[in-house]
Design a protein around this ligand. Structure first.
Ligand SMILES: [Zn+2]
Ligand SMILES: [Zn+2]
Length: 159
C-alpha cells in the first residue's frame, strides 16, 4: 500500500507519496505554514470562496516520495469568515434545551380537533411524535434564520 504524504485540505482524502497534487498560486495559501494542498482541481476551487483571492490558479505538483513530517501539532486552518462581514454565525448547533422529550402541543386542543374533524380519539403517544416533529421543524427553521443572520425565527423560515 502506498504511503500517505498528506491529506487534501478540502476533502481530506489521502494524497499518496509521489502522486500529483495541486496547490494554490497565492503565496498565503501555499506558504510553508499554511501549506494548503488539494487532491484535485475541484478541491482547489472549493477553497476559493473563503479565500477571496483576486486571481488564483491551481499549480500542479508532485508529492515528495516520503510522507510529510509534521514537526508541530497539526495546525487548524481558520476558514472563511462570512464574506459580507455580516453577523458572524455560530456553526455549533445546540440541539434544543435539555427538554428533548417535553410535549410541545396542547393535548386537549389537539384531541378536540381530531375528535371534531375525524371523530377519532387520539392516543397520548401522538403528542410525543408531534412534539418531535415540531422540534425538527423548528431546528430547520432556525437554521434558515441563522443563515439569514437573524436572531428571530419567522414564519418564512418554515418552508
Ligand atoms: Zn480533495
Ligand atoms: Zn488560495
Amino acid at each position: 500500500m502506498a504511503q500517505v504524504w498528506r491529506s487534501c485540505s478540502s476533502c481530506k482524502k489521502d494524497i499518496v507519496v509521489s502522486s500529483k497534487y495541486y496547490e494554490c498560486s497565492v503565496s498565503t495559501c501555499n506558504g510553508k505554514r499554511t501549506g494548503l494542498v488539494f487532491c484535485s482541481v475541484p478541491c482547489f476551487e472549493r477553497h476559493l470562496p473563503g479565500a477571496r483571492h483576486k486571481d488564483a490558479a491551481a499549480i500542479e505538483n508532485k508529492a515528495p516520495a516520503t510522507p510529510y513530517q509534521a514537526d508541530a501539532p497539526k495546525r487548524r486552518i481558520v476558514v472563511s469568515k462570512p464574506a459580507s462581514g455580516a453577523t458572524p454565525s455560530t456553526p455549533t448547533v445546540k440541539s434544543g434545551s435539555g427538554n428533548q422529550h417535553e410535549v410541545l402541543v396542547v393535548a386537549s386542543k389537539l384531541k378536540k380537533y381530531v375528535q371534531d374533524s375525524a371523530g377519532m380519539n387520539t392516543s397520548q403517544a401522538v403528542m410525543n411524535v408531534l412534539s418531535d416533529k415540531l422540534r425538527r421543524l423548528c431546528d430547520e427553521a432556525a437554521e434558515n434564520a441563522r443563515r439569514d443572520g437573524r436572531k428571530t425565527l419567522m414564519d418564512r423560515d418554515f418552508k
